[in-house]
Design a protein around this ligand. Structure first.
Ligand code: 5RP
Length: 225
């Protein structure tokens, strides 16, 4: 299977967990986009759900597909969130934020009864850290935080758009992509990052994923966390 087919297979399995009337968190990224397409087809076929998009891009896609979407003010809780990932380790810990949406993604995941993660096979890793960890920061703090992130043992690079200007998240912040090498103690790093004033959110998702669905050459692998 190609990577694209693996993503499609994972997305197809994930949407089988959606039930009538659910409030569903809609993730961001190429694998999540396949899931959103499938949700759109289900809605067209008569399924009634309410979507909570995790980014402006996903909101636009959902609107185009006719999926009803609302903000957090309109719901008491989220039944299920389905989202992609950049890496997942054997404990179900994730690195997310390759698409720059990890702040809203983490908020939505934190409010969800259940989080299903969908990905292609290469995202499964023995140890997190080959993918540079996204750290979203307040713009005012960015110059100072570059050295503080370096002091934690990373090589932080300010994310840029193709035209060379800084990438700005949906919430108006900058993102540093931080090479920490192998992250042997993700819990400890997560705590260190969270306590730095000016850091809005980092891409380590620990204790969020309940089910991981990986598309592989031999079909889908389902891992309960
Ligand atoms: C966006 C994310 C994405 O879920 C992650 O980057 C994976 O994306 P893709 O499925 O395109 O590889 O965290 O912030």
């Amino acid at each position: 299977m190609t990577e694209d087919e693996q993503k499609q297979a994972a997305a197809e399995k994930a949407v089988t967990y959606i039930r009538e009337g659910m409030v569903v968190g809609l993730g961001t990224g190429s694998c999540a986009a396949k899931m959103v397409d499938l949700v759109g087809a289900k809605v067209k076929a008569g399924l009634s759900i309410t979507g909570i998009p995790t980014s402006e891009a996903t909101a636009a896609q959902a609107r185009d597909l006719g999926i009803p979407i609302v903000g957090l003010e309109a719901v008491d809780k989220i039944d299920l969130t389905i989202d992609g990932t950049d890496e997942v380790d054997p404990q179900g810990r994730l690195i997310k934020g390759g698409g720059g949406a990890h702040l809203r993604e983490k908020i939505v995941a934190s409010l969800s009864d259940r989080m299903i993660v969908v990905a292609e096979a290469k995202k499964k890793v023995p140890v997190l850290g080959a993918f540079k960890l996204p750290v979203e920061v307040i713009r005012f703090a960015a110059p100072a935080l570059k050295s503080r992130l370096a002091a934690l043992g990373s090589t932080p690079v300010l994310r840029q758009k193709p035209d060379g200007t800084p990438f700005v998240s949906d919430e108006g912040n900058y993102i540093f992509d931080c090479d920490f090498g192998k992250i042997e103690d993700p819990e400890r790093l997560a705590l260190s990052l969270s306590t730095l004033p000016g850091v809005v959110e980092h891409g380590l998702f620990i204790g969020f994923a309940d089910l991981i669905i990986i598309g592989t050459d031999n079909g889908v692998e389902i891992i309960e966390v």
